[in-house]
Design a protein around this ligand. Structure first.
Ligand code: SAH
Length: 217
């Protein structure tokens, strides 16, 4: 059957992408498994669907992009998820990382500034019967105080500086992963809450769209 053949092709593409991420140094088996199972092609526009399993960022409309798989894999690895976590994602975008998080954590809250992207991500997650996600449209730069505390906060857009105002939404032992900087240069930063004292680590260089909003650019 044609439909089945297409589905199987994507299965092989997903496995190949997962293997590529392993070769690039991703060691977290749960993260690799999530890439081998979550259908990235469902989260990108038709026009770029043929490239969905390449390790590449792709346009998703409204001037935004779905991040490169290696970038999502790094952020997820840094989040150190064991399936029990309550997670806040700021910048839902396509909803692909949201879906990965939904398989790797217990509960996911995700907020997106562009309402059309939030709607589209919501529809895709619903079609895939992913139910442990709560989405909102709006400025997420101030976090989601009503749903706090979070074990993990992931920000998918570059903030002007480490978001100190979000620290009180981070549970004990929580971690926050955020690119910090402007269009010229950014660094990926991880903040660890060690019993109320916050350790800031610089992980790598980064390149993200700007976080736009009250606590953004
Ligand atoms: N992980 C997502 C990243 C998308 S790009 C993916 O791979 O699909 C980052 C997203 O952050 C964009 O969709 C952008 O609209 C959104 N964004 C920027 N500023 C925001 C804010 N203040 N609140 C919520 N979302 C924001």
């Amino acid at each position: 059957m044609v439909v089945r053949a297409v589905t199987e092709t994507y299965v092989r593409d997903r496995q190949r992408l997962s293997e590529e991420l392993r070769v690039l140094g991703i060691t977290d088996l749960a993260v690799l498994h999530a890439f081998a199972t979550v259908p990235r092609h469902r989260f990108v526009p038709e026009a770029v669907r043929g490239r969905a399993y390449q390790n590449a960022a792709l346009p998703i409309g409204f001037g935004q992009t779905i991040s490169r798989p290696a970038v999502h894999a790094l952020h997820l690895s840094l989040s150190d998820l064991d399936g029990s976590e309550r997670v806040l994602e700021i910048g839902t975008g396509s909803g692909f990382q949201t879906a990965l998080l939904a398989t790797l954590a217990d509960r996911v809250f995700s907020i997106e500034r562009v309402p059309e992207l939030a709607d589209r991500a919501g529809r895709t997650l619903q079609e895939l019967e992913i139910r442990n996600v709560t989405l909102a449209a709006g400025d997420g730069s101030g976090g989601w105080p009503e749903a706090a505390l979070f074990d993990v906060i992931l920000i998918g857009a570059a903030a002007p500086e480490p978001p100190v105002h979000l620290y009180d939404q981070l549970a004990a032992d929580g971690r926050l992963v955020v690119p910090v900087g402007g269009a010229e240069s950014q660094e990926l930063v991880r903040v660890l809450n060690r019993g109320g004292s916050f350790h800031v680590e610089t992980i790598d260089r980064a390149r993200f769209v700007p976080l736009v909003g009250e606590h953004g650019w």
